[in-house]
Design a protein around this ligand. Structure first.
Ligand code: SF4
Ligand code: SF4
Length: 177
């Protein structure tokens, strides 16, 4: 199941106060509606498990290809979340990271260290896991068939579960808005 995230509010990282207020308001909403959101939390647990399960494979792939990349994809612009990412963090019972917004959006992401991203995969924006560059897809294509199949299974499971989570959230949240 895919979910159209444009149905959710726009999280405006160009306005620091508005950005932080929106996140605080969403955190309050999750605290106040814990019982109504039981299905959302359940899907949050399942989503987190899929992130954890796919992380070693993606780590192996990025460790192999990224050191030779001339066009590193981890820029600040990509490390900033959309509203749906904050929903997913809270559904997984994870605190959203603290974001510095006064940064060059094209510069290397504030969360990138010499050893890669400092955030666990489930605390990164979804696009950080969902984006597959050509060298990575090629590596999956020419690699072992077992890994190829596992890659496809996990990518599908991740998209499906995130869609379910956001849909379950939206059904309740749209009444509130
Ligand atoms: S994931 Fe792809 S585009 Fe991003 S740094 Fe690695 S090789 Fe480069
Ligand atoms: S993977 Fe981490 S370092 Fe890269 S853009 Fe995403 S948050 Fe930033």
């Amino acid at each position: 199941m895919s979910f159209d995230t444009t149905k959710l509010p726009f999280l405006n990282f160009r306005n620091e106060k508005q950005f932080n207020d929106q996140i605080q308001e969403l955190k309050k909403y999750f605290r106040r509606n814990e019982n109504a959101l039981i299905e959302v939390f359940k899907r949050g647990d399942e989503l987190k498990e899929i992130f954890i399960e796919m992380d070693p494979m993606l780590q192996e792939l990025t460790q192999k290809i990224c050191p030779y990349c001339g066009n590193v994809c981890c820029a600040n612009r990509h490390g900033l979340p959309e509203f749906a990412d904050i929903v997913a963090f809270l559904a997984m019972k994870e605190e959203p990271p603290t974001y510095k917004l006064n940064v060059d959006l094209r510069a290397i992401c504030q969360f990138l260290s010499n050893n890669g991203c400092i955030l666990p995969r489930y605390r990164r924006p979804y696009r950080c896991t969902w984006y597959f560059c050509e060298p990575m897809l090629l590596e999956v294509d020419i690699g072992p068939i077992k890994r190829y199949k596992e890659f496809l299974r996990l990518v599908k499971a991740l998209a499906q579960k995130r869609g379910e989570l956001l849909q379950a959230f939206y059904q309740i949240y749209k009444e509130y808005k």
